[in-house]
Design a protein around this ligand. Sequence first.
Ligand SMILES: Nc1ncnc2c1ncn2[C@@H]1O[C@H](COP(=O)(O)OP(=O)(O)OP(=O)(O)O)[C@@H](O)[C@H]1O
Ligand SMILES: [Mg+2]
Length: 573
Amino acid sequence: MKQYLRLLQYIKPYRWRIVQAIICMIVAAAANLYMPWIIKDMIDKVLAEKDMETLNMICIGVIVIFFVRGFFYFGQSYLISHVGQRVVLDIRNALFAKFQRLPVAYFDRHQTGEIMSYIANDVATVQNAMVEKLIDIVTEGAVFIGSLVMMFMLDWQLSLLTLITVPLVGVSMRVFGRMIKNSGAAIQSRLSEFTALMQESLSAERVVKAFGREKFEIERYCKQNEKNFAASMKNVRLTSMLTPTIEFIAAAAATALIWFGGKEVVDGRITAGTLVAFLTYAVNMSNPLKRLSRAYAGIQQALAGAERVFGVLDLDEPITDRPGALTLPPASGRVRVEDVSFAYNEGVPALSHVSLAAEPGQMIAFVGPSGAGKSTIANLIPRFYDVDSGSILIDGHDIRDVTIDSLRAQIGIVPQETMLFSASVRENIRYGRLDATDEEIEAAARDANAHDFIMALPEGYDTRIGERGLMLSGGQRQRLAIARAILKDPQILILDEATSALDTESEKIVQAALDRLMVGRTSFVVAHRLSTIFGADQIYVIDHGEIREHGTHEELLAAKGLYAELYALQFKK
Ligand SMILES: Nc1ncnc2c1ncn2[C@@H]1O[C@H](COP(=O)(O)OP(=O)(O)OP(=O)(O)O)[C@@H](O)[C@H]1O
Ligand SMILES: [Mg+2]
């Protein structure tokens, strides 16, 4: 109930449309309710008294009623659907915005497909609840109450008899409702696993092909699909059982009505027409009852989806602007890391008591074995994660005291694996600064040593590059990433193994572009190949999350420590 009320909050902005829809609905339902009266007149007046005039009136009445009903039915259905679709759109927007605000750590722990499933599948069930089922509940509820009122007007004693069904129906709805909701939750989580599997398997298509694992993937997919099927069928069993149960209760009540009503006609207390009209209402009433039970089942199932959606919307956003956070003024690039400790997972420290200082314009290099924590330091500076203890300062401001936007605006990152969007080369570079002119984009591309190869593409800067830019080589993609960073013109640069995936030839080109990019900026460079960092102002040697040594290339060589070992290892030949 709480979940449903929360869903209804989303309807609030559209309440006027709902009011219009309800008016349409009432008119349409009223037209419906008039039919049994016509039948009563037909039997009692036309058939019993052979009254032609009433027959004519009835026929005209039927046509008019159906026309009016059709017109208002359209209005009601159109308006409610409009609201339903708008609400779903609003929820989807809210959900997507929420995902944009969630920290990197959330994406570490959830598969892309699973996240997509929230937006696609779970919101779709909400749409079901909001649109179709809500209309059903309201219309059928109105028809139900209307029929009941009409029945009381015809014969209150028989009506009371009808009411004994109410508690019976209530109990069965409750029992089934709970089970249906649980099975709905099961469906949604199977569906999310299914989407995740599909997304992962399709995006890893190259790995699948490389290992000849097509059959394996097909089997995995089919198995998950079977699980989906089983979850859906459980739900189908429950919802299909609910309707007959309700119908049986209604039929039992109808039998009682026929018996008592028939007896009253035999005793001459009511006319045959009244009984037939009464029974018509009773049938009229059982239909909405049936549909109400179906709508109720649908809503229970949808609530399972809504619960998942609200679960996401209610997640903490640990990395947000502090109240009163200030805008980081254009930084000079002085960065201080003070006694920082950090763990991705509690109890498994990735960094312990790391301290370092970078002066404006310096090049700071991180070296050390794989898994040492080099990328982790790089992740903490733009607040992809927050430190557990200690602090990071830029120009004396704790990065947690400034707005995230202003912090990240001054940090450029060239990652190891470049993500390109399926858009033109120009648009991909422009991602670095959305208001950049074409000339600025071209200048950035020249600085990144990318201009020549871009011009050689079929449509130059307007060439569309595919999903992930697969049409480009690793070195070309890297140069686009560098052009993007140049365009952003940040004061602080983070280059995490920006050249490690490249061969010597393209590494040279990319390195030249990077060297140009680093001039005048504080740069943090993670590199396996020591040759790229000989010129660094400071080299930090990191091992097991701790800083082991620190100094320039010459100082570290002279110290004959871990760095000297690494150096000897790489340059033995
Ligand atoms: N997102 C994450 N979630 C949990 N643990 C992580 C995550 N990223 C890294 N780690 C762990 O933290 C430790 C440090 O990883 P990090 O990526 O900083 O290493 P690195 O020095 O950059 O290594 P490499 O040279 O191989 O890139 C590793 O033990 C790694 O398993
Ligand atoms: Mg790394």
